[in-house]
Design a protein. Structure first.
Length: 289
């Protein structure tokens, strides 16, 4: 398969409420055959997705990655005072990323590669009709009871007991102690922790009326569950993905043994050494009409 040379550009744009965001645009030589956005996981910076973004661009797609407010290349001055519940990542940041890409490639249907929260953002967005297809890697509902023991109780203790204690000390949620990625503003983390207490996740949250938008997405979904992902249990994934009630959903289960490796986990899909084992087949599905 011929792979194209890729040009990478830094992009600055604004969320729908004016907050400054930063991303990267990966372009192939010549006119792009496909337009792809990558929606990242909670507190996972866009740099984690740079290898698969480059790969997809080398296959002929224009690919856009970005960081949510308060994460990675979209920092805030003071996490201790920053007020941004997690749904802002969907209804303000994800939405603005769609608008920016529409401005660059007008009248083109987009496709989405999303990881964990990135798939939640698709459902919460009033702009999700701009996408024709979505690959969902470990996209799940984060209620602690969806996970197997003892991970379920570890998550509950970490989010509901340890994390509030750390926030009282630091004034924000330090990632190095929480195990949930980069540092987060307490307003962001605490809204997420509240969802994770609810059996129906944010579908039970009065503060998240945007869940009504899940039914608006009518494209194709390829949902990928990784069997050694402690968070991505079949229960957790089904309770989120099945909410896309008008989508055409295909579910795929991948074990480390099936691709000849010892571990994949929640983040491992995006490691560059999985290019031939995982990315090629996934890209074939995403890039097809």
């Amino acid at each position: 398969m011929d792979e194209k040379t890729v040009t990478i550009s830094d992009i600055s744009f604004q969320a729908t409420d004016g907050f400054p965001l930063n991303g990267k645009l990966y372009l192939p030589d010549g006119a792009p055959a496909d337009i792809i956005m990558i929606g990242g996981a909670v507190a996972v910076p866009q740099k984690v997705y740079r290898h698969i973004a480059t790969y997809l661009a080398s296959r002929g797609a224009a690919v856009f990655t970005y960081d949510y407010r308060g994460i990675g290349a979209s920092p805030v001055e003071d996490l201790k005072t920053f007020d941004a519940p997690m749904q802002y990542w969907a209804n303000r940041d994800f939405a603005a990323s769609i608008d920016w890409m529409n401005g660059q490639f007008p009248d083109r249907k987009m496709k989405l590669l999303c990881h964990s929260f990135g798939g939640q953002a698709l459902g919460l967005s009033d702009r999700n009709n701009h996408f024709s297809k979505a690959v969902m890697v470990a996209v799940l509902a984060g209620y602690w009871g969806n996970f197997d023991w003892p991970e379920s109780w570890r998550i509950y203790f970490s989010m509901q007991v340890l994390s509030p204690a750390m926030a009282r000390i630091y004034g924000y949620m330090p990632g190095k102690y929480s195990g949930f990625g980069e540092d987060m503003a307490w307003s962001t983390f605490s809204s997420w922790a509240e969802w994770c207490k609810k059996p129906d996740y944010f579908f039970d949250a009065v503060s998240v009326p945007e869940t009504r938008h899940f039914a608006n997405f009518s494209g194709d979904i390829l949902s990928i569950r990784l069997t050694d992902d402690k968070w991505g249990t079949s229960k957790a994934i089904d309770r989120l993905v099945d909410r896309f009630s008008n989508a055409n959903i295909t579910k795929q289960v991948i074990s480390p043994d099936s691709i000849g490796v010892k571990k994949i986990g929640h983040l491992g899909f995006f490691r560059p050494d999985h290019k031939d084992r995982l990315w090629a087949e996934t890209a074939d599905w995403l890039l097809s009409d």
